[in-house]
Design a protein around this ligand. Sequence first.
Ligand code: ZN
Length: 200
Amino acid sequence: MRKDFVKTDDKEVAARIMEMMKESGAHLEGHFKLTSGLHSGHYIQCALMLRFPEFAAYAGEMIAERIAHKKPDIILSPALGGLIIGHEVARSLGVPFIFCERLEGVMRLRRFPHPGKLRFALIEDVVTTGKSSRETAQILAEGGAEWVSSASIIDRRANDTHKDWDLVSLWKLSFPIYEEHSCPLCKEGLPLVKPGSRPG
Ligand SMILES: [Zn+2]
């Protein structure tokens, strides 16, 4: 693993990530139903940013800088959203990358042997509630691996959730989110869009 990581200033990184989202068309504005069920006027579709390899490499390098001190032996991501960023982080740290995928509703490590009692970092594109993060990490933790770090490009969690959970992110979203019954965008009658790939 590389030893020469110097952490770039957090504000500088967040500003650059915001720019990259705008430039790539990944920052959508309108009326969206988030994975959590809450409504928002903003949605970040990370895949649109990650289609540009130089942007993906930058995000991966910045996450790597922030978790290198935890010395993960391997990177784990959930497919599909975590594939590109997880791979970039692993490349930057010089460690292997594996992924799990949802089969019949359950997260499984389908294509890889369990890595055993290694230290692993969980890498995702966006964390919305943290529920699927825990489910993903559990797969390796159950086999004796140690969950040493979690990181995402975007932290979309509500401010009052999971204070106990140490999530590293490059951009903490602060756009307002609404319950359906109190959503001003619903009151305006704007059509509701449910982006993303998760069913339900
Ligand atoms: Zn609404």
